[in-house]
Write a protein that binds this ligand. Structure first.
Ligand code: TXA
Ligand code: MG
Length: 344
């Protein structure tokens, strides 16, 4: 049985005690829900990997309550890390740093580096405070499912497999933290996320943004960056290219696929959906292209919603913008897709 807890002090105290004793507790952060475990408790960390069905080669992020606590997890905090922490912590930024020997190898998947983040969500902060230990936490989804942005998503994937979920309502950012590696020269973005690359570059001008989509099997700079990582169960085709040509290609595909007897659905921003005109298939709205924050907040819930519609094929269009949060949104759509169609 998985207990569903509120955010009152008694519930936080109960969850903190559970964590200290080696339990698995899902909790809200401002990005997505995390599945937390006492980071120094190796058997508990192993149970976490098993509960998620996560491969042991995919390292975890360690969450702490302050920069001082983060410093205890690394053998060297480079000067730019403190500057970034002052600017973006607490918040949706994860820094990969040299691992201190106190951090179990099970947490870092054997790497000599450790990923560290100070989350901003008041419930996450209260839990870290009450637990008094670092909390290793991946997103609280089953491996290869979209990240959870509500407690209901967590229960959908992990109900019965973990001890508790703290329900803090829907998360406010909606996509995961930005992961940057400060152990390389120049530093690199391993995963675009809640803090935009533009904002990071104001402090870290040499920050590199390599192609983050790595085909399964290739050596990934970050072991978790398998290109298909956030997929719905339903095959999803992502169309990219000039807007009008892409629109026409999607309309054509809808007619072909429904003609073949397939159940088709469309995942689209409000503007793209309107441009498609009346179409004979269900459409799930991603929100307006005028509002990246809203699209990011809704993205994973929308993917889960269309996936639950029991379709044979999802058609979607790459977002038109690239700056700010759009980079993370575009990245997640790319990873979720099982088919990529570049329209000339
Ligand atoms: O917003 C978030 O980051 C959420 C919340 C719960 O904090 N967590 C999250 O964790 O998304 P997870 O495990 O789903 O993704 C962590 C990513 C993975 O791609 C993993 O490979 C990478 O961070 N990572 C962790 N430790 C690393 C390390 N030492 N070196 C390189 N990449 C690392
Ligand atoms: Mg994840």
């Amino acid at each position: 049985m998985t207990a569903l807890l509120g955010t009152d002090p008694a519930s936080i105290a109960r969850a903190a005690a559970c964590l200290r004793e080696g339990g698995l507790v899902a909790f809200p952060t401002e990005t997505v829900y995390g599945l937390g475990v006492h980071a120094m408790d190796v058997p508990a960390v192993r149970r976490l990997f098993a509960a998620k069905g996560r491969p042991a080669h995919d390292p975890l992020i360690v969450h702490v309550s302050s920069l001082d606590r983060a410093a205890l997890l690394t053998t060297g905090m480079p000067p730019e890390a403190s500057a970034l922490a002052h600017a973006f912590w607490p918040g949706p930024l994860t820094m990969v740093l040299p691992r201190h020997g106190a951090v179990p190898r099970e947490v870092t998947a054997g790497l000599d580096t450790v990923a560290v983040r100070v989350p901003a969500h008041p419930v996450a902060r209260a839990l870290l405070e009450a637990a008094g230990v670092p909390i290793a936490a991946p997103s609280a989804n089953l491996f290869s499912r979209p990240s959870p942005t509500t407690a209901a998503h967590v229960l959908e994937d992990l109900g019965g497999r973990i001890d508790m979920v703290i329900d803090g309502g829907p998360t406010s950012v909606g996509v995961e933290s930005t992961v940057i590696d400060l152990t390389t020269m120049p530093p690199r973005v391993l995963r675009p996320g809640g803090v935009s690359v533009e904002r990071l570059r104001a402090l870290l001008p040499h920050l590199e943004m390599p192609g983050t989509s790595v085909a399964a099997g290739e050596a990934a700079p970050s072991p978790g960056l398998l290109s298909q990582h956030y997929s719905p169960r339903t095959p999803m085709a992502l169309y990219s290219g000039a807007l009008e040509a892409t629109r026409q290609a999607i309309v054509k595909r809808i007619h072909e696929a429904t003609g073949d007897g397939l159940r088709v659905g469309v995942l689209a921003t409000r503007e793209r959906a309107a441009a498609l005109g009346p179409i004979p298939v269900p459409v799930v709205d991603l929100g307006s292209e005028q509002d990246a924050d809203a699209v990011a907040r809704r993205l994973y819930a929308a993917i889960r919603e269309i996936d639950a519609a029991n379709l044979d094929l999802i058609l979607t269009q790459q977002v038109a913008h690239t700056g700010g949060l759009w980079q993370a949104i575009g990245d997640r759509l790319t990873r979720a897709a099982t088919e990529h169609v570049a329209v000339p």
